[in-house]
Design a protein around this ligand. Sequence first.
Ligand code: TXA
Ligand code: MG
Length: 325
Amino acid sequence: MTEIIKVNPSMPEKAKIRRAAQLLSQGKVVAFPTETVYGLGCNAFDEDAVEKVFKAKGRPSDNPLIVHIGSKRQLPILVSGISEKEKKLIDAFFPGPLTLIMNKTGIVPYATSGGLETVAIRMPKHKVAQAILKEAGIPIAAPSANISGRPSSTTAEHVISDFMGRVDAIVDGGKSRIGLESTVVDASTSEILRPGGITKEEIEKVIGRVEISTASTNKSPGMKYRHYAPSAKVILFTGRKKAIQEYADRLMKSKKVGVISIYHSFSADEARHAGNSLHEYARSIFALFRELEEKVDVILVEGVEEKGIGIAIMNRLRKAASEIV
Ligand code: TXA
Ligand code: MG
């Protein structure tokens, strides 16, 4: 049985928050909204609960979870020291869509850190997430609330479709505002391991130059896996409108084709012009993948300029796509 707890995202009801927090304290698995995407949460110190999260997602056990905190006061329990750069990033972006990789203390189980000596820490900026984290009082380990390899969930409906009957509760707090996951940063090497909600430019303003690590050198275990993909085949395109429309027309002779675009409009079996800014595009991309996979065989998705949040968008689109044209 999965309990659905519907809360008011701008004024979370106390009793409902208490219920979610109580379940988490009892070692249960509870999905909850954050400003980036929904998370599938459990007590970060409880190895059995962590085990259940990995199992529910079908996630490889070497891919560590992010530990979510409701207060910066929880940091010393989780990490063995905070460098100058880390302190600057924490001051600038906690709470927010930033995850920091830091040296863990002995209290953080290896089940949570995927066997690593480091732990990923994030303090979400979402009223419901914050209320649950504060009420529970324990750090909550939470990967994105999707079956491993599927698009992340940006609404409770997405979580329900992946996990109904397989987790203890799902807190419905509406749509996630950002729509892409947090930026994962290793400040010790000045590297972005996963581009996300906070841009490279924003990070560089605080700690100076950083590099976005490439696939071959990436130390983030999650980045080696295929990701974010709907059941329909995804083709990423960056070409001119005329050529892409012709390509779509050819495909439509034998297949149902959907197009997700931002700069141009196309005609297809299902065409979605998704937003007028990169932020709107980021917010809707996973939801559109999930909507269109029900309707078409192939999804053509338009690439964006790799600047600002566009870097994170292209990172997700490349991973979801099995072809680029
Ligand atoms: O926005 C987000 O970050 C969402 C919400 C729920 O907070 N969470 C999320 O979790 O995206 P997940 O598990 O889907 O992605 C976590 C990423 C993975 O790529 C993982 O490999 C990396 O963070 N990671 C976690 N711990 C790490 C560590 N100790 N060292 C390097 N990478 C780590
Ligand atoms: Mg994920």
